[in-house]
Design a protein around this ligand. Structure first.
Ligand code: SF4
Length: 60
């Protein structure tokens, strides 16, 4: 499962991963943290590699 590491995400900017996720599974909440739609996420791992702050992680 992909998860947002809230200790690393500063949640103070538009999340660039929304434009990168090939499945459109990432949106952004009013609090600025990205939200992953698990009904869409295929766990490709692109967001893990591309987050500039390494704030996305894989949980298993
Ligand atoms: S793992 Fe892939 S499909 Fe899932 S949220 Fe990240 S970029 Fe999107």
């Amino acid at each position: 499962m992909i998860a947002v590491d809230r200790n690393k995400c500063p949640h103070d900017h538009r999340c660039p991963l929304m434009d990168i996720c090939p499945e459109g599974a990432i949106s952004q909440g009013a609090d600025g943290y990205p939200i992953i739609d698990y009904s869409l996420c295929i766990e490709c791992g692109i967001c893990i590699k591309r987050c500039p702050l390494r704030a996305i992680k894989q949980l298993n």
